[in-house]
Design a protein around this ligand. Structure first.
Ligand code: CIR
Length: 255
């Protein structure tokens, strides 16, 4: 069965972390409505959705992707690179434990955000970003080596996470912004470039054989469809004001 863990939008959401975007007013009710619609699309795509509660001490909790990396053999709870987000780990660990998944945890001095982890088959790309440091990458590399995955560290510049710059849209195929990550790191994969007018457009969530994708990027969407990718659009512009995209709002896994 396919599951998706999501997390309630905190009442403190307007006080979220921001790194590359200026702060603009966030309409929390509109954000919640967009988040509900996002969850319904996950259901349409075959997921059973489990929404974890949040509270006023975790403004960024909705971006649950950053708090864990889930593999069929177990999950790694991260140690988020933004200190304000460390309050988020316990609730996600509890939720994942209910699925019977063995849990490991990134330890100090490592920091790692799940948004920096891109799995393509047996290969795992980990972004060296402002949130994910070398000890964090080293710790995940050791865990994944035991599970038979190879790991490649990728420098990330100009955006928050690796998955702001590159995501999977079909088997062995990624959508990429080459200005933020070096394309050579993904040699051997099929690369689809985003439309240059839409630099934020690389974040797509592949569920089964359908890509969930923000309605804000029609030009890149057309490119994806020309390449035979099936796309389902969602309106997530209120969530994007907090620097989140479609991958950030769920942890999707088979169980
Ligand atoms: C943060 O800065 O942590 C949040 N405001 C946005 C996190 C987005 N997460 C992601 O791209 N995986």
């Amino acid at each position: 069965m396919l599951f998706a863990i999501t997390r309630e939008i905190s009442s403190a959401f307007p006080h979220c972390q921001l790194t590359h975007l200026p702060r603009t007013p966030i309409d929390i009710e509109r954000a919640r409505a967009q988040h509900d619609a996002y969850e319904w699309v996950l259901v349409e795509l075959g997921c059973t959705v489990r929404r974890v509660e949040s509270d006023a001490n975790m403004p960024d909790a909705v971006f649950v992707e950053d708090i864990a990396v889930v593999f069929p053999q177990g999950a790694v709870i991260t140690r988020p690179g933004a200190e304000s987000r460390c309050t988020e780990t316990a609730g996600v660990a509890d939720a994942l434990a209910r699925f019977g998944l063995p849990l490991r945890q990134v330890q100090e001095p490592g920091t790692l955000d799940g948004g920096d982890v891109l799995v393509v088959g047996r290969e795992v790309f980990i972004g060296a970003s402002s949130r994910t440091n070398a000890p964090g990458i080293g710790q995940l590399r050791r865990v994944l080596a035991q599970l038979g995955y190879s790991v490649r560290a990728v420098p990330v510049h100009g955006c928050l996470h690796l998955k702001s710059a590159v995501t999977t849209v079909a088997p062995q195929t990624v959508l990429i912004n080459r200005n933020w990550v070096p394309a050579e790191a993904f040699a051997g994969l099929t690369l689809i470039d985003l439309d240059p007018d839409e630099p934020q457009a690389a974040n797509a969530l592949l569920v089964g054989n359908v890509v969930m994708y923000s309605a804000a990027f029609p030009k890149t969407r057309a490119r994806l469809e020309q390449r035979g990718v099936r796309v389902k659009t969602v309106h997530v512009d209120e969530l994007a004001k907090a620097e989140g995209g479609v991958t950030c709002c769920s942890l999707v896994f088979e169980r």
